[in-house]
Design a protein around this ligand. Structure first.
Ligand SMILES: C[S@@+](CC[C@H](N)C(=O)[O-])C[C@H]1O[C@@H](n2cnc3c(N)ncnc32)[C@H](O)[C@@H]1O
Length: 408
């Protein structure tokens, strides 16, 4: 191997096996010194003409990925077989994330996502892709809208029945499910039924699910625009109300791939709405009380962001060793100087902090910090129309003082 050569090839392979590979992919397999792949994929590759050491993926795969990157890097010609397009929720992603582009070559095959859209005549760019491989099924809930097309990568043969149940319980029992087993191979099979009457508790292990969402009267489609109705959350009252929540999220200004710390999270509504904005948004909610921490997790799962992380305990002690967030919201403990100092110390330049105060004492802390750190102070006084006798009158809510600042 010369310095100019890449040492790692990642070859996408479909259910049509060796016959479906192009010349470049076949050469990458033929010239490998070490060949990694799932047992199913290795069995699809002829042994004739290859002297490679064949290594089936162990379970879990992560240690083997590390071994490839440390033991073999630039020492051996390694070829890895992966299903479909290796860069679409495949092993190509962790293998290449820390390499420079000259070290590897990815040779993609048609992905199962493409094949499903091809079978159904669905426009790929208008179809959502969700993977449930090693992920909680509730993340699907964020994607449910009437008319929405979703392709789901399954964990295993029980995933279609689990998805059908979740859809039915959420008011989407009328959705049409197409399960495709072994797409692109000789044993390809398609099963079609609505979620409410899904017939198969077990499907083939290798399957994906295409869902055309249709709602019934019990469905309650929720927008991803911040400011969900207050009753979308189960709460003991520690809830940032809808109007204030919408403004708070606007000031927190989430972007894809960013992380929020929701400090003193209460019901968890700020972190949940942050995460609903984009599948790559993440949040750590810090909450002292165990009952509230449990409720935050329940709300997060029900609202389609089951990956929200809750750290129960007294902040800021619970911040230790965590990576800096992109934004911090302080909803509880605004008057606590140690808490603020720890949040501020964790932020890097350009990241945002937003704090809301209800009491005069906590408002005084925000005003004092505004004097030192700058930023914007504002006050919200929201009134909602409420019935009085046969008419309506304005019922004022407690005024909220908000301080928003970007770390210089
Ligand atoms: C980790 S993802 C990898 C997807 C792959 N990178 C691709 O482009 O097709 C694995 C999941 O993809 C789906 N899948 C991959 N190949 C498939 C096939 N031939 N037939 C049906 N589903 C398939 C299954 O849901 C499986 O659990």
């Amino acid at each position: 191997m010369t310095a100019a050569e890449h040492w790692l090839s990642i070859v996408g392979i479909g259910e049509d096996g060796w016959d479906g590979l192009n010349g470049q992919a076949k050469r990458a397999v033929g010239s490998a010194e070490v060949l990694y792949g799932g047992a199913r994929h290795l069995a699809l590759v002829p042994t004739a003409g290859s002297s490679a050491t064949r290594i089936p993926w162990p379970s879990p795969m992560a240690p083997a990925v590390q071994q490839i990157l440390t033991e073999y890097r630039e020492k051996k010609r390694v070829t890895v077989l992966a299903s479909g397009d290796p860069m679409l929720h495949g092993v190509g992603v962790p293998l290449t994330s820390d390499l420079v582009a000259t070290e590897f070559r990815v040779i993609p095959q048609v992905s199962a996502f493409s094949l499903a859209c091809a079978r159904l005549g669905w426009p790929m760019a208008e179809t959502s892709l969700v993977t449930l491989v090693n992920r909680p099924v509730e993340q699907l809930l964020r994607q449910l809208y009437p008319g929405q097309r979703i392709v789901i990568f399954s964990e295993d043969g029980s995933t279609p029945a689990t998805v059908a149940r979740l859809l039915t319980e959420s008011g989407y029992g009328a959705s049409k499910l197409d399960v495709f087993e072994n797409l692109g191979g000789p044993s390809e099979r398609n099963i079609t039924a609505s979620a409410a009457i899904w017939p198969n508790e077990q499907c083939g292990k290798l399957n994906l699910i295409a869902v055309l969402c249709a709602s019934d009267a019990t469905a309650n489609p929720l927008s991803i625009t911040p400011g969900l109705p207050d009753d979308a959350f189960d709460t003991d009252g520690q809830l940032t109300k809808r109007e204030v929540r919408a403004v708070t999220l606007a000031r927190l200004a989430p972007l894809p791939n960013q992380t929020l710390w929701d400090v003193g999270a209460g019901t968890g509504s700020i972190g949940i709405e942050w995460m609903r904005l984009h599948p790559s948004c993440s949040c750590i909610a810090f909450e002292a009380r165990a009952d509230r921490a449990a409720r935050i997790l329940e709300n997060a799962a029900r609202l389609g962001v089951p990956n929200l992380k809750v750290i129960q305990g007294t902040a800021p002690a619970t911040f230790a060793s965590l990576r800096s967030p992109d934004a911090v919201f302080i909803g509880g403990g605004v008057g606590n100087d140690d808490l603020f100092d720890a949040c501020w110390a964790k932020l890097f330049p350009g990241s945002r902090l937003v704090a809301n105060a209800v009491t005069l004492q906590s408002e005084a802390s925000l005003i004092a910090r505004h004097t030192i750190y700058g930023g914007d102070l504002m006050r919200m006084m929201v009134s909602r129309a409420d019935p009085i006798g046969g008419s309506y009158g304005w019922r004022p809510m407690m005024p909220i003082t908000q301080w928003a600042v970007t770390k210089p």
